[in-house]
Design a protein around this ligand. Sequence first.
Ligand code: SF4
Length: 416
Amino acid sequence: MLERLLLDVDREVGRILDAALDGRELTIPEAARLLVADGADLLALVRAADVARVADVGDDVSFVVNRNINFTNICYVGCSFCGFSRHSDDADAYDRSLEEILDKVRDAVARGATEVCIQGGIHPQKDHTHYRDILVAIKRRFPAIHIHAYSPEEIDFGHRKSGMKLGDYLLWLRDHGLDTIPGTAAEILDDSIRQIVSPRKLGRERWVEIVSAAHRVGIRSSSTVMYGHIEKPEHLAEHFGLLRDIQKRTGGFTEFVPLGFIHEKNSLYAHMGARGGSSMAEDLRVLAVARLFLRPWITNVQVSWVKMGPKLATLGLLAGANDFGGTLMEESISRESGAGFGENLAPETIRALIRGAGRVPVERSTTYAILRRFDDPALDPPSLEPDAAQTLAGPGRMRAGAKLTRLERPSSAASA
Ligand code: SF4
């Protein structure tokens, strides 16, 4: 039965998957074709991505012990997908003091965090000195903590207020404690889409300019995409192509993180005709295409448990992903848009979920240095979810692909 299913894989999809496993860079139209794979094609895609993942990064699944800190939710940019932002006179608007921020960092450090991820709304009364003051206050008290902070939108805002050249402004932030930046505010890097979902946010070229400049001065970043709203597969494929081009030039991306649109509490879905977020198949498809398209340039592909939920995120580890993201400890951006998967996953829980997918948990730094391996399952609690991920894990359990010989041989996949 399974063999019959595999023979049903579309000839073109089989050819593209073979090319990817042979180490040839996929084209943007090929990525767009894979982004509509379903049925047997989707199974083949997922299996091929898993084979590529083994060749690229092995069986380790990394995670980082970190804490999100959103220092203000006051923002006037007005992105249509955002359920987080508030106007300053809203009852639940907040603007955290430096002491409040430090309390959160102190708590994070006490809980073993190696990173704080700091982002906020674009508060019209603030300027670049506020961003600096947060960095200085944290590094003065907690010099060892890694500060992963300020999206390109925040960098754009602070830079325009500063009057400095962009490179100088980034160096100034770095010298005051900025270590890396999140590659958020990317959404879809296509201005026709951005004009609809976030018309007052920075455009594609400015996003590229900021991220490239950051990489040039030694500030690395993640890379992201938001999908499941009004974009088409072609937009996603172009977005992948742009990220790959940047990475070829700068080598500054640490990972790629696909972020499914959370639709429950925002106008993009309620009033503007967006899809109601991504389907499970779409989540797996995007992870798998990311693995195959971005290799060998970006080899860390992260699942977002906040967007997908821990169970589906675990399944994503079988679709090309090799990183489980962070503990977060606190998360309000997705929650306030309607995500219901909580704000914190303890390191033990993440390890158990990874173990449940048949993989080896590894604690990492923000820039993917291995801090601690958990080779011995006896050190972990038993898997919390002996679910579908467990069932699908393991060599030979799930074969897929038009060219079985190629897809069955992990060692034949490209190592470039
Ligand atoms: S996504 Fe960011 S910039 Fe846009 S409205 Fe929300 S907080 Fe403001």
